[in-house]
Design a protein around this ligand. Structure first.
Ligand code: HGY
Ligand code: MN
Ligand code: MN
Length: 415
């Protein structure tokens, strides 16, 4: 090693700008949804940057991308660091990309000084963390940890263009196949560390540059369907109407009044709503919506899920329509490794960072890795805590400070 590794802040900020160009939206954000052309472009750029530094690059059957720095003992399970590059449809330029590019910056800063780690270090880009184009979220991380791709995902259709998950997955793998090697899905990992923007306001309001994430709250996604009878808008009087949209809207109105107002830590979001046949002068045949439900406590999640079912069933009964509810995602709350959290606290002390411990309101790939290897996360502040919005913003000095903390943490984990 020629000298101590140093983060090159300018290089990191330039990388963030370069990736923000891929799928850039007029509002200053990105639309780089999982397994689209934009996602493939980002992976291609990541691969080119890695090969320029002579790192080896691999992908697996879930199209997870790995960038490897060899260690003195290359048989040891690697330290895995990374995040995701796929985005929301009106996403920000930092969600996922900051963690991925910070991990790559750490690899580059180690290579800059010919640092030779005891064990290999791999940067990972997980497939489909967001879950907005293909549900569920964190598909790549989950398939990696389970060592297989769940059969039920094969035909999942994309919400934007209806293409099938398997087709887009294979096309994404195919696009990079000539340049990089393929490897099996899942391998032993010494520890996993992910940096991410907080996507909440607490670090910024407390003016604390680094969050040490000790766990992630639980997330459940529900798909709700009401089926009534489509009929003429002009000739059907009230007593003959079986209107599924009326049931959906009255049911949701009741839930908006109760779930979050009564439970400060609960998060209840209806992100998508659909009506068929969608004709201006026909009473709807069906009305459906998605529900994203979150809470740190599984027991409360169970209770809320039951309340939602009861409330919506009652609305269906009143309107004499049928009703069904399907759970498509159930991510239990996770507590991260105390050892890794303690290592991050040591690293923060050594690097002179004031930190705050916190749990994450957003889910992350780390939630799945926590079941596979000792895992924890580092948060950096983002403006107003805003995310999943084109206005998502991180001050350059906060991105660079996060990278310094990440480098200190990687060195501490390797010790
Ligand atoms: O929805 C989430 O929590 C993650 O940001 N995709
Ligand atoms: Mn994310
Ligand atoms: Mn996100």
């Amino acid at each position: 090693m020629t000298s101590l590794p140093e983060i090159d802040g300018e290089r990191l900020l330039a990388r963030l700008d370069a990736f923000a160009e891929i799928g850039a939206t007029p509002g200053g954000g990105v639309n780089r949804q999982a397994l689209t052309r934009g996602d493939r472009q980002a992976r291609a750029l990541m691969t080119a940057l890695a090969k320029a530094r002579d790192f080896s690059v691999f992908q697996d059957d879930a199209a997870n991308l790995f960038i490897r720095m060899e260690g003195r003992d290359s048989d040891l399970p690697p330290l895995l660091i990374g995040s995701h590059l796929d985005s929301q449809p009106t996403g920000g330029r930092f969600d996922g990309a900051l963690g991925t590019l910070t991990a790559f910056e750490v690899l580059e800063s180690l290579a800059d000084v010919a640092f030779e780690p005891t064990r290999p270090i791999e940067v990972v880009v997980w497939t489909n963390e967001e879950g907005c184009r293909f549900a569920p979220g964190c598909m790549g991380a989950r398939a990696f940890v389970e060592g297989k791709i769940p059969l039920e995902w094969a035909g999942t259709r994309a919400t934007d263009d209806g293409s099938r998950f398997n087709e887009d997955r294979l096309a994404t793998i195919e696009a990079l196949a000539p340049e990089i090697d393929h490897r099996r899905l899942g391998f032993p990992v010494a520890a996993y560390l992910e940096l991410h923007i907080e996507q909440g306001p607490s670090l910024e309001s407390a003016e604390i540059p680094v969050g040490i994430v000790t766990g992630v709250q639980g997330t459940r996604w529900l798909e709700v369907l009401f089926e009534g009878q489509t009929a003429h808008a002009g000739t059907t009087s009230l007593q003959f109407r079986r209107d599924p949209l009326k049931a959906l809207t009255t049911g949701l109105a009741a839930l908006y009044e109760t779930v979050m107002p009564e439970k400060a830590d609960a998060r209840f979001t209806v992100g998508r709503i659909a009506v068929t046949p969608g004709s201006v002068n026909a009473i709807p045949a069906t009305a459906s919506c998605t529900i994203d439900l979150r809470h740190p406590d599984t027991f409360v999640l169970d209770m809320l899920e039951e309340d939602i079912g009861t409330q919506l069933a009652a609305a269906a009964e009143t309107e004499r329509v049928s009703f069904s509810i399907r759970k498509t995602v159930d991510m239990a709350p996770v507590t991260f490794s105390e050892d890794v959290v303690a290592t991050l606290q040591t690293a923060a002390k050594t690097a002179g960072f004031n930190t705050r411990s916190m749990i994450s309101g957003a889910f992350h790939d780390a939630l799945f890795l926590a079941g596979h290897a000792p895992t924890a996360m580092i948060f950096v502040p983002c403006r107003d805590g805003l995310s999943h919005n084109e206005g998502e913003y991180v001050k350059p000095e906060d991105s660079v400070a996060g990278a310094h903390m990440f480098l200190a943490s990687v060195l501490e984990l390797l010790r």
